[in-house]
Design a protein around this ligand. Structure first.
Ligand code: SAH
Ligand code: SF4
Ligand code: F3S
Length: 467
């Protein structure tokens, strides 16, 4: 119901580090999905090699990067209003004789390329998600007076060009970290821009993933979330050349000493194989929480969306996953008002939600994306119909979320302590099901797993006592 994991509206998602006074400073503003958060960190790493330090205040920055999202119209348009404000800042800086550079990265950069330079004259560089390892070089060219657009699908492997995690180890890292293992999408759902902005499915090799994971864990990370647009399409080869899938990768990662928790996102129902379901059954480290978007509960709409499964396939899959891991909680994504969606189709979606029971969900009004097959369809749904359906859908999902949170009252489980709470002497940890849990604790306990009993629930979090 919120759009939280897709950071459309997040005011302050950027990377941070200590700041020597004379160094050049970069401010990165991140929109979109977790992969953009990961990418922003990697860009920050690449720039730190070039003498930049990250700053948390845009006003301080010599370089501002907007890492953009193209998934819905609103997300994409936000970029241009942001760039309008940056243009004013650049003028003010020029009057002081100070350098100020602006870069647009991410999925809008990939989709619009040159068009950004035309619409936003203050922009110096436009870099796509596949070329951000070339950012330092692009900035040098921009300093020499060129306006750079680099949105090629690079032939070289960007991951092997980025600073290795051990170089970044001195940078402060939290208790949890994202790790991209797969990128791109070959599914071509008819509403979606991702196959065009992120390119086709690519998996990072086993050895590279294992190395980055070990480095993160030795830098103090306790929980890893593996990322991919279709993370469960990950595949690789072991040392003997045997084919591996995401389930195999999870078994291997679970062996890393010091790692406490594993998660992965986002999955496609068609790529949930037996090995992955077995991993949910066998691995204590793999958290019982699965984000498995279905988008619609109507077979007609699923077909028009090119999801290539039925509502019953999805429900049957959930049954198998729950049989393997009974305490697993589900989260999902839903789109209302896809072209041709009738009241009946919409009610099929409500029925599917009733049947599955979600702990958490994200739901959106269908947004026409130029260049996708959905944009060509004639029977677009009226905006007010979409709004009314979204409201009904979100009311149901909110009730399910509250019921799920309340069902934790009286339960005992481990939480991973992540950060200080709002009050002195309090900490915030995460439940296995991604809920924030408030408990008492000391700052030096951050990073440890502690056992709690849940006493009550608040609007967005749980309250526990330690046992
Ligand atoms: N790869 C993931 C989703 C990535 S996009 C998957 O297949 O599930 C994240 C979510 O944004 C999607 O699940 C979908 O619910 C939503 N979304 C994508 N395109 C959209 C559009 N054109 N309009 C509205 N919502 C959209
Ligand atoms: Fe988009 Fe579909 Fe690919 Fe997900 S699976 S990224 S929704 S095209
Ligand atoms: Fe947005 Fe690109 Fe992620 S379009 S959701 S930032 S893959």
């Amino acid at each position: 119901m919120s759009t939280e994991p897709y950071l459309d509206a997040d005011p302050s998602a950027q990377t941070g580090a200590a700041t020597p006074t004379n160094a050049r400073k970069v401010f990165i503003k991140t929109y979109g999905c977790q992969m953009n958060v990961y990418d922003s960190d990697r860009m920050s790493d690449a720039l730190s090699r070039d003498g930049y330090v990250a700053t948390e205040t845009m006003q301080d920055a010599d370089l501002v990067l907007i890492n953009t999202c193209h998934i819905r119209e609103k997300a994409a348009e936000k970029v241009y209003s942001q760039l309008g404000r940056l243009r004013e800042m650049k003028k003010a800086r020029a009057a002081e004789g100070r350098e100020f550079m602006i870069g647009v990265t991410g999925c809008v950069a990939q989709a619009e390329g040159e068009e950004i330079l035309r619409r936003a004259p203050a922009v110096d560089v436009v870099i796509g998600p596949q070329t951000y390892h070339r950012l330092p070089e692009a900035l040098k060219r921009a300093k020499a007076g060129e306006r750079v657009v680099d949105t090629e699908y690079a032939l070289e492997d960007k991951f092997s060009h980025l600073p290795r995690a051990e170089e970044a180890r001195t940078r402060s890292r939290g208790v949890t970290a994202f790790l991209t293992v797969q990128e791109g999408c070959d599914k071509f759902c008819t509403f979606c821009v991702v196959p065009y902005t992120r390119g086709s499915e690519v998996s990072r090799p086993l050895a590279q993933v294992m190395e980055e994971a070990r480095n993160l864990v030795s830098a103090g990370v306790r929980e890893l979330t593996l990322l991919g647009q279709n993370v469960n399409a990950w595949h690789g080869k072991d040392e003997a050349g045997r084919e591996l899938t995401l389930g195999d990768l999870l078994y291997r990662l679970a062996e890393i000493p010091g790692l406490a928790r594993l998660r992965y996102t986002t999955s496609h129902p068609r790529d949930m194989d037996e090995r992955l379901i077995a991993a949910h059954r066998d691995l204590r480290l793999l958290m019982p929480y699965l984000h498995l978007p279905v988008q619609s509960g109507s077979d007609r709409i699923l077909k028009a969306m090119n999801r290539r499964h039925t509502a019953e396939d999805y429900v049957a899959l959930i049954r198998r996953i729950r049989a393997a891991r009974p305490d697993i909680a589900l989260s999902g994504d839903f789109i209302v008002g896809f072209p041709g969606e009738t009241e009946e189709d919409f009610e099929d979606t409500l029925r599917l939600i009733q049947e599955v029971g979600y702990a958490q969900a994200f739901s959106f009004k269908y947004s026409i994306r130029p260049g996708t097959p959905g944009a060509e369809l004639e029977d677009q749904v009226d905006e007010d119909v979409k709004s009314a359906r979204l409201e009904r859908l979100q009311a149901l999902l909110l009730r399910q979320q509250q019921a799920f949170n309340e069902s934790r009252i009286g339960m005992e489980f481990d939480i991973l302590l992540e950060k200080p709470g709002r009050l002195e002497g309090q900490l915030i940890g995460r439940s296995p099901w991604l809920q924030s849990v408030n408990v008492t604790g000391r700052a030096d306990e951050i990073g440890s797993l502690v056992r709690v009993r849940i006493e009550s629930t608040g609007a967005n979090s749980l309250f526990g006592t330690r046992i």
